[in-house]
Design a protein around this ligand. Structure first.
Ligand code: FES
Ligand SMILES: [Fe+2]
Length: 376
């Protein structure tokens, strides 16, 4: 690593307590080298959401995704086992599966027609008869380790490609931590049904979106006036785990406005899992956010909306709930893009953190620093 990059990383002090801490330096949001390093560390060493379980219920169901720029395919085999592979043809590297999700009998590369079984073995190689020293058995799709948790299949790029499922499960359990696993279990997420996905592209670094999420409701009364009316902002709590933060707010019961009508229950729970996954839970309503870096200043956020009741009678109410989520997101997009412009300014280098509100952001910055430093 070059010295100037090391200096940029070392300019953050992860040991400062919250009351004395600053944010990570603004260059971490604008420097291409940090962006590349994050792909190799933060996004390669963590477990990343790759698919929803409801997308993979039948043999032949598949989902394609990208983690840290690596194309992946998750597929349920004819033997009913869900597997993950790099979605990269062993011939000349084209993507084998090109749809976001679907159903297939085999995986056929669109370039020269090589075919792989649903279990990843190379089966068909047209016009390849005179090729010497070519062993089909060694040219199956390269596996990536996956494991499942609650409603999701997660994948991890680094390490253990060939390791048995038990190892992947143990590695995921260690990453999530028993505390988070137990808390999630009590929410009964398996009773919720996925209804809709919406994807947004933001002109900001991925960490700007995560910071905004982790400010302990600091921005809510100023930026989200509609949401503010149903949250009891003064009783907002922030609890850090090892790799996660739970922000929680008691709900004020109101049915007289648009937000209150679709966001009810006793408490709103906002879980963030390092580095880029959020689980937003209200009674009977769940949405998740997956934050994907596209470039140093471009980020894709995918929202998945789930509801306890997805019957025809609930259609209007569920739609209204998704629309509320969209309005909040629009307000966040505007402010995140404003922050990204400010981070590029010569007048800004780092900022201070609210002790009352921004403990989650502090955890995020320290975890990030640990991952980047491990690469130095
Ligand atoms: S790249 Fe897939 S068949 Fe040639
Ligand atoms: Fe927000």
């Amino acid at each position: 690593m070059d010295d100037s990059l090391k200096l940029v990383i070392d300019s953050y002090d992860p040991d400062a307590p919250l009351a004395s801490a600053s944010t990570i330096p603004s260059t971490w949001y604008t420097d291409e080298r940090i962006f590349e390093l994050e792909k190799q560390t933060v996004f390669s060493r963590s477990w990343q959401i790759a698919a929803r379980k409801d997308q993979l219920t039948e043999p032949g169901n598949y989902v394609t995704t990208e983690i840290a720029g690596e194309p992946l395919v998750i597929v349920r085999g004819n033997d009913n086992v869900v597997r993950g592979f790099f979605n990269v043809c062993r011939h000349h590297a084209a993507a084998v599966m090109t749809e976001a999700a679907g159903q297939a009998n085999q995986m056929r590369c669109p370039y020269h027609g090589w075919t792989y079984s649903l279990e990843g073995e190379l089966k068909g190689t047209p016009d390849f008869t005179d090729v010497c020293n070519f062993d089909r058995a060694e040219n199956g799709l390269a596996p990536v380790q996956i494991a499942s948790w609650e409603n999701w299949i997660l994948a991890k790029l680094d390490g253990g490609q060939q390791s048995p499922l038990a190892d992947a499960n143990a590695s995921l359990t260690e990453f999530l931590g028993v505390e988070l696993i137990n808390q999630m279990r009590t929410l009964g997420l398996d009773r919720l049904h996925w209804l809709e996905r919406r994807t947004y592209t933001l002109n900001c670094n991925w960490k700007v979106f995560v910071d905004n999420y982790l400010d302990g409701g600091y921005h809510v009364p100023h930026l989200h006036k509609g949401l503010d009316s149903v949250l009891d902002y003064s009783h907002y709590t922030i609890e850090n785990g090892a790799h996660f933060c739970l922000q929680s707010s008691p709900m004020v019961s109101r049915s007289d406005d648009q937000v209150g009508a679709v966001r009810g229950g006793q408490r709103a729970l906002y879980y963030w899992l390092y580095p880029n996954f959020m689980i937003n839970w209200y009674e009977g309503v769940l949405d998740t956010n997956i934050v994907r870096p596209l470039a140093v200043d471009r980020t894709e956020v995918t929202f998945d909306f789930y509801f306890a009741d997805v019957s025809a009678q609930s259609r209007e109410r569920n739609r209204a709930s998704i629309d509320v989520g969209e309005r909040i997101q629009d307000e966040d997009v505007g402010i995140c893009e404003s922050v990204q412009r400010g981070l590029k300014s010569r007048a800004y280098h780092a900022g201070r953190l609210s002790v009352r509100r921004e403990g989650g952001e502090h955890l995020f910055h320290r975890l990030l620093c640990a991952d980047l430093k491990a690469a130095v």
